[in-house]
Design a protein around this ligand. Structure first.
Ligand SMILES: C[S@@+](CC[C@H](N)C(=O)[O-])C[C@H]1O[C@@H](n2cnc3c(N)ncnc32)[C@H](O)[C@@H]1O
Length: 215
């Protein structure tokens, strides 16, 4: 009888992306992104779901007020890197292989959802935002750091022109996505918002929006 393998083998491209991810972000993390992650996650508490957790760069920043942490990641190469980091840090977190558009959790099951640099890559961000609103308890919050289409026409024009090349390089990342507008049209209510530059990274992924939205 054939034995079913529950988790797929990562492709060569996935392995490469997962290995290249932390070195590519290294400078940006040191020049402020690690601090921004820590500040954002200081508000996390109770039952927390992170979508598109990647290699787990947020893991070290979750405060003790987090009682349950579920990290979702749909790409096998990243999910394996994430599991390695969970083990290395001895973190109390579960990794689930799931896309943000189809979260395998009941309605109203989390106090906080975290999304850092994910909505630009998710294939259907509108559907993902609907799913986030669904799994959040009433009053629960999405904490996010996302990069946006620029407000400056000339630079936004460059983001449009370079969109395809950037997406090929960045595993489908859409550098010109108006993510704040998607959030405004979603079932979530936008709360505090700060804009910043992602220093140490190519200008394609500026500006950043850092904030919270409530269910
Ligand atoms: C730029 S990385 C961000 C990783 C991590 N959140 C961070 O802050 O470093 C984007 C992540 O989104 C994941 N991703 C791609 N499609 C997704 C989807 N449909 N749902 C959830 N995550 C997705 C990718 O595999 C990748 O790990």
């Amino acid at each position: 009888m054939a034995v079913m393998n529950e988790t797929p083998t990562p492709t060569l491209a996935e392995r490469y992306s997962a290995r290249a991810y932390d070195p590519f972000l290294w400078l940006g993390e040191r020049l402020g992104m690690a601090r921004r992650r820590r500040e954002l996650l200081a508000d996390a508490h109770g039952e927390v779901l992170e979508i598109g957790a990647g290699t787990g760069l947020n893991l070290a920043h979750y405060p003790a007020a987090v009682e349950r942490l579920v990290l979702t990641e749909p790409v096998e190469g990243m999910a394996r890197a994430l599991e390695r980091r969970v083990r290395r840090l001895g973190a109390n977190a579960r990794v689930a292989r799931a896309a943000a558009e189809r979260l395998p959790f009941p309605d109203d099951s989390f106090d906080v959802v975290v999304s850092t640099l994910v909505l630009c890559t998710v294939e259907d961000p509108e559907r993902a935002l609907g799913e986030i609103a669904r799994v959040l308890r009433p009053g629960g919050r999405l904490l996010f750091i996302e990069h946006l289409r620029s407000d400056h026409g000339r630079w936004a024009g460059w983001q449009d022109r370079l969109e395809g090349a950037w997406a090929a390089f960045g595993d489908g990342c859409r550098c010109n996505q108006p993510t704040l507008e998607l959030l405004e049209r979603s079932p979530l209510r936008l709360g505090g918002l700060e804009r910043a530059a992602w220093t140490g990274m190519p200008p394609m992924v500026r500006p950043l929006a850092i904030g919270a939205a409530s269910a």
